[in-house]
Write a protein that binds this ligand. Sequence first.
Ligand code: DAK
Length: 260
Amino acid sequence: MEFANVLLDKVDNVAILTINRPKALNALNRDTLLDIKAAVEVFRDDPDTAVMIIKGAGDKSFVAGADITYMLNINAMQAREFGLLGQSVFSLIETIEKPVIAAINGFALGGGCELAMACDFRICSDKSKFGQPEVGLGVTPGFGGTQRLPRLVGTGMAKQLLYSADIIEADEALRIGLVNAVVDADTLMDYVMKLAKRIASKGQVSVRLCKVAVNEGMQADINRAMTIEADVFGLCFATTDQKEGMSAFVEKRKALFTGK
Ligand code: DAK
């Protein structure tokens, strides 16, 4: 399937979504958000892909934010609709029952940082820069930044970044827990692809249920969260992957998972 503003590729059972507006540092306008939504839905519904990697085109930027030229002249209702669209696309990424990894090289600012935060986790290159510059433009973040950033890095650090619009380097993003690893820019995709393939080689029902359990459990109190964990654990025992995984261990062979 072809899109005007994104590329959707497949390497074995790993999907790669590239935000493809390098001349605008991959800034997100309305059409790009709609393309991301459509591409993520293709991935969600494709039984042959297990993991998605999201990256930016070119070597300078993951995504440099929502498109400022698009936002310059929109009215309040259009801004509200734009905010709701971005929120719905990022919620889709966060809640689809397949893992999504952000591979960040270069700028992840504003809506770009928010897109990365909607992914399950983030790996970045040593050339990456992060921040929520919105207050410097006279607006608040609109695609979940005020909510996901504090949940990831804590309220104090989130408020510092949100109020100051400071841009931080990759090593600081690692220190505060915004990214899981920083790797050399030349090896970023190789590193992320190997990680994606390791995940794709496991029992996919259980990987997906891990995502459900973490996402749902983080919004619940600990007692309810433990019940959610018990429920998804129980559900695994209705799958052939559980029988295969445990039989393979006992028989000292490699498990052949089918995702069923
Ligand atoms: N939007 C549109 N174009 C952008 C852009 C952006 N966010 N970022 C860069 N570009 C464009 C530049 O305008 C330039 O275009 P031309 O002039 O060549 O036509 C091209 O990309 C290359 O950029 P630069 O020439 O500026 O490149 P530099 O290396 O000098 O600087 C930079 C790179 C990333 C430091 C700089 O481009 C920059 O500061 N960009 C803006 C970063 C930023 O402020 N991002 C946050 C955007 S605000 C809401 C919904 C959403 C949001 C908020 C509210 N509601 C509905 C409530 C989200 C807001 C944001 O994300």
